[in-house]
Ligand binder design. Structure first.
Ligand SMILES: Nc1nc2c(c(=O)[nH]1)N[C@H]1C(S)=C(S)[C@@H](COP(=O)(O)OP(=O)(O)OC[C@H]3O[C@@H](n4cnc5c(N)ncnc54)[C@H](O)[C@@H]3O)O[C@H]1N2
Ligand code: MOO
Length: 489
């Protein structure tokens, strides 16, 4: 754990309202030295230096490792053979990198009943005027001129048949002073000046129609083209296909829509320590990410094809990533440099190109983003490596996976909204902190309040949160506006 992580833990502990457990009787000097060492490492990473023993490339690197170097290192002034890490991106830069790393998936046509949840690949233009004919907005009488009115009659002298929605053919023209029964949605006959609602009409014994509240011309008539004219843009490309969009598209004459499909995601849960049922025991813990990452990705526009549990098996990980059919592979755990953290070696073995390795955000700083080589002209799939600590994994999701998915899905970039902090929030010295918050109050008094239990390994805070606030390095005072990512439920 780095010094910064200790700070996170300390903040979480303070926020939890509990006191720090009895400090271990370690000599004070030793403890300080350990933190300093960790800080030096963090500083070294931030400044692009590589700690001894963690270098991942050398003269004998694979072609994959060479590709990785292209993305992450620049030629050092000290000459070839020594490479320098690109600076670790800030949280904002990492989100932009993920969003800009890809283009939208190619468009495809889907029938309306399968288009929900995808994104419009092209603007939705009306194929017809809406309404496509002058329509009665009420059940009542189509009337011509000022009342009272005579009922329109057929050649046989009987009252003309009422006009119903869906009647084929042009209704007969109304002469001045005539009225005919009409239903909501029926075509308005030529010569109609207004529709008189049935509850406002009185039919006399002599078959005349009168009213105490004569309608103004045009009353309760929906004129052709009131909502749109043929060719009008109803929605821009990039609009998500919601149930309302399906209804609008059908009303405007569409049977199928040109959409960018939801990106397919495969989730690989890594870690031998994980149990998938029952209580944690014998040093093993429950997998908290398997049940959580899929629904989270689905809520943010992904189509999860499978969640697989691979343990800490490097070969299984290699096979799974090399043969994936997904657009985005999301792994959990194994991002760091521990003895069974196989992700980075596997990516090198695959010839993947690391676009992001580490982000200046807490929790979640070891997150990574890579492109996988493949036959696809887009350059293969993408891999998002989420750190194993559960809140750190969610940080990786909102920082890298969500912007990537949105771009793949053809959704436009969206500015992160801001909200006002109701109290002071401690910050990390150099990195953004993502903090679970709840919203309180409304209008100009609306505030966000940070929640307790927000340590990297904790889910208790986020489970009752409305949003994640991005607290800038150094922290923020009450009344400060900070970016806020709403949770999708
Ligand atoms: N020497 C260093 N060690 C660590 C550093 C560091 O900078 N230097 N960073 C720490 C931070 S911060 C994080 S986050 C983790 C990231 O490590 P990994 O991505 O390799 O994750 P693991 O080691 O596999 O797991 C970390 C932690 O999370 C638990 N875990 C993993 N998967 C799950 C799951 N599905 N459900 C619940 N909990 C899970 C795992 O048991 C570990 O406790 O590295 C730190 N170390
Ligand atoms: O603190 Mo780690 O950043 O849990 O990701």
């Amino acid at each position: 754990m780095s010094g910064s992580d200790e700070l996170d833990e300390a903040i979480a502990l303070a926020n939890s309202g509990r006191s720090r457990p009895a400090t271990p009787p370690a000599p004070r000097l030793k403890r300080i030295r350990r933190i300093q060492w960790a800080d030096e490492q963090a500083e070294a990473a931030a400044h692009g230096e590589r700690a001894e023993g963690t270098a991942h490339t050398d003269g004998a690197s694979s072609s994959g490792a060479r590709r990785q170097d292209r993305a992450h290192t620049s030629d050092s002034p000290e000459g070839p053979g020594r490479t320098e890490e690109a600076p670790t991106p800030t949280w904002e830069e990492a989100r932009a990198l993920a969003a800009g790393a890809v283009g939208a998936l190619p468009p495809t046509k889907l029938p309306l009943d399968r288009a929900r949840g995808h994104t419009l690949a092209a603007a939705l233009e009306a194929l017809t005027d809406l309404p496509s004919f002058d329509t009665s907005a009420m059940d009542g009488w189509a009337v011509s001129g000022p009342g009272p009115w005579e009922l329109a009659r057929g050649a046989d002298g009987a009252e003309a048949g009422g006009l119903l929605a869906g009647h084929r053919g042009e209704p007969r023209q109304l002469a001045d002073g005539q009225a005919v029964r009409i239903a909501t949605g029926a075509r308005i006959p030529a010569g109609t000046s207004a529709v008189l609602r049935s509850e406002q009409a009185q039919l006399t014994a002599k078959g005349r129609l009168r009213t105490d509240s004569p309608p103004q011309p045009g009353t309760d008539i929906r004129p052709r083209g009131q909502e749109c004219r043929k060719g009008d843009e109803l929605l821009p490309a990039g609009a998500p296909v919601t149930p309302a969009v399906l209804g609008l598209a059908a009303a405007a004459g569409y049977d199928e829509l040109e959409v960018v499909r939801r990106p397919r995601a495969e989730i690989l849960v890594l870690g031998d320590e994980l149990l998938h049922k029952g209580r944690p025991q014998d040093g093993r813990i429950r997998d908290a990410l398997g049940p959580m990452v899929g629904p989270w990705l689905e809520a943010f526009g992904g189509d999860v094809i499978v969640t697989r549990r691979l343990g800490d098996d490097a070969e299984a990980l290699y096979e799974a990533v090399a043969t994936t059919t997904a657009d985005v592979v999301v792994t959990t755990g194994g991002t760091a440099a521990g003895p069974v953290d196989h992700l980075q070696p596997t990516l090198r073995r695959l010839g993947a190109e690391l676009l992001v390795r580490g982000v200046r955000v807490r929790p979640g700083h070891p997150m990574l983003l890579a492109t996988l080589p493949g036959a696809d002209p887009r350059g293969g799939a993408y891999l998002v490596g989420l750190p194993g600590n559960p809140l750190a994994a969610l940080s990786g999701l909102v920082t890298l996976a969500v912007p990537l998915l949105r771009t793949l899905a053809g959704l436009p970039e969206r500015a992160v909204p801001q909200a006002t902090l109701g109290e002071e929030v401690a910050g990390h010295p150099h990195d953004t902190r993502l903090v679970p918050v709840v919203r309180e109050g409304s209008g100009i008094r609306a505030r966000i309040r940070p929640l307790r239990y927000a340590g990297p390994a904790m889910l208790r805070g986020i489970a009752s949160a409305d949003a994640l606030a991005a607290v800038p390095p150094g922290g923020a005072a009450p009344g400060t506006d900070v970016p806020v990512l709403d949770l999708p439920w």
